[in-house]
Design a protein around this ligand. Structure first.
Ligand code: SF4
Length: 273
């Protein structure tokens, strides 16, 4: 094992948990930085939540309830979503506390989450008559020579459109969203086709953008191409091989400032200086 790949511990790390199953988030984390993947999924170092992650989870929970109301044609008042948000806020905090800078930051973040929901629901982008086939749908697939693949899709429309929600600091730059999220899109398409026997009719990324005045940006995409499906499966094989071989190469970038394992990474003794 090279100095570059040697982990902090003396013993050979147990990779069984990391390979118990594959998911879009595991693959994307590994693509982002192999060492971060090591800390999160192999060493399994617990990390607290961040303001951005917390906001994202709360917004997802509110949209989930909103979609359930749409699905069941249940009558609801927009203001009721605020109660859903407040409940989700407290529940998520109990599960994963956030180290807020101060009380004002926590309050501002909560209001920002509400402003995003308001912007999304009143954006006119949602067709209340769209049929819904599933919300937070868990799908599993067994692919030859790979650990089981698992994913949870935010929303699937009756016309086989897959929707994923994102909260982001800025709008996706022109034409990049599809590439940036290609692993996730490929995984979702594989899961959908495996579980339904049908091809998705398209995929959508709904970005809720945390600008001063919140914005909503929808990226609509064609079904994932056969070539991209093949590439995603190839990526999974490379991922499994790299995890098994103990490749924990780091990928320093501006993203390190927000990495929850920055301290552990700085203390890493096996890496090249
Ligand atoms: S600090 Fe940067 S290089 Fe280190 S694990 Fe995190 S993302 Fe990777």
């Amino acid at each position: 094992m090279s100095a570059l790949s040697k982990p902090v511990e003396e013993h050979v790390p147990d990779v069984s948990h990391a390979l118990e199953y594959l998911s879009a988030s595991r693959l994307s984390c590994w693509q982002q930085c192999r060492r971060k993947h090591y800390f999160r999924y192999i060493a399994r170092i617990p990390s607290g939540s961040t303001s951005a992650l917390h906001l994202g989870k709360v917004v997802h929970a509110v949209l989930q309830r909103f979609n359930h109301w749409r699905w069941s044609k249940e009558k609801h008042q927009f203001e009721e979503l605020r109660l859903v948000l407040d409940e989700a806020w407290d529940r998520e905090l109990q599960e994963k506390p956030v180290d807020w800078k101060d009380d004002k930051t926590a309050l501002d973040t909560r209001e920002k989450a509400w402003a995003l929901i308001d912007a999304y629901v009143s954006s006119g982008l949602i067709n209340e008559d769209d049929s819904i086939a599933g919300i937070e749908v868990r799908l599993d697939a067994e692919l030859e020579g790979l650990p089981p693949l698992m994913g949870i899709l935010d929303l699937v429309h009756g016309d086989r459109r897959i929707v994923d929600y994102k909260t982001a600091a800025k709008s996706p730059s022109g034409g990049c969203a599809e590439l940036v999220h290609s692993t996730q899109l490929g995984v979702y398409a594989i899961l959908y086709r495996h579980c339904t026997g049908e091809k998705e009719c398209g995929l959508e990324l709904h970005h809720l953008v945390k600008t001063k005045v919140p914005k909503v940006h929808v990226t609509r995409m064609e079904p994932v191409s056969d070539e991209d499906i093949t590439n995603t499966i190839e990526l999974m094989h490379r991922h499994v091989e790299a995890v098994k071989s103990g490749d924990y190469t780091c990928s320093p970038s501006f993203m390190c400032a927000g990495c929850e394992y920055l301290a552990e990474c700085k203390a890493w003794r096996g890496a090249a200086a």
